[in-house]
Design a protein around this ligand. Sequence first.
Ligand code: ATP
Length: 229
Amino acid sequence: MGDTLLEVRGLGRRFEEGGRTRAVLDGLDLDVRHGECVALLGRSGSGKSTLLNLISGIDLPDEGTVALDGVPLTALDERERTLFRRRHIGFVYQFFHLIPTLTVEENVRLPLELNGEPDGGRVSGWLEAVGLGDRLASFPDRLSAGEQQRVAIARALIHKPGLLLADEPTGNLDAETGRRVLALLTGLARREGATLLLATHSKQVAESADRVLTLDRGRLVERGEDLAW
Ligand SMILES: Nc1ncnc2c1ncn2[C@@H]1O[C@H](COP(=O)(O)OP(=O)(O)OP(=O)(O)O)[C@@H](O)[C@H]1O
């Protein structure tokens, strides 16, 4: 297992588009160490979400492998991938993806319930940690966008995942709220020892990571300041 948490090799994913095949990812390699925060920078349509979906096993590649903590995700069947994902991966999305019919408290408890884990005071502890200790009984639509993303951050980390995947986590927030939410996200991921993969089209957001990789023509390159876009 060693130092590497995530090992991606030769990843390829193609989609049909108007009768033609387009390789969105093509021979992509990626190594991420335990506890690292890596930004995946790329313009819209470059394949950031496609890559995150392959890393979490929501989607399967046409070629290549994904291994997390030495477990070959791409070799597991769908049920095994689902169980693995629930235990070891957390998600934060641009549009929060909170369940509107559940309260804040119930939304945050969901990963524990799916994994059959006891609460043990963790839900209220996590809501305190994201500054929403007094909103347990609220429904998501009563919260501001920034507050909703804070709930999503608590939900993403409560089951202590080794890997946290964030897809444009500040894309639906104003600049100041976005900065605060990003600082909370990176700070809590670090506190928990979680490895963070942060997909974004914003160079400014990417700056908060330990390392920035740019997605260009289906592969990841270091920095990429020189890229045309
Ligand atoms: N299931 C699918 N079927 C067909 N094409 C797809 C599918 N998923 C993604 N694509 C295409 O793959 C390309 C990359 O999409 P992806 O959502 O990964 O990009 P992105 O970098 O996350 O973009 P954005 O920042 O706009 O979300 C796009 O051209 C998209 O249309």
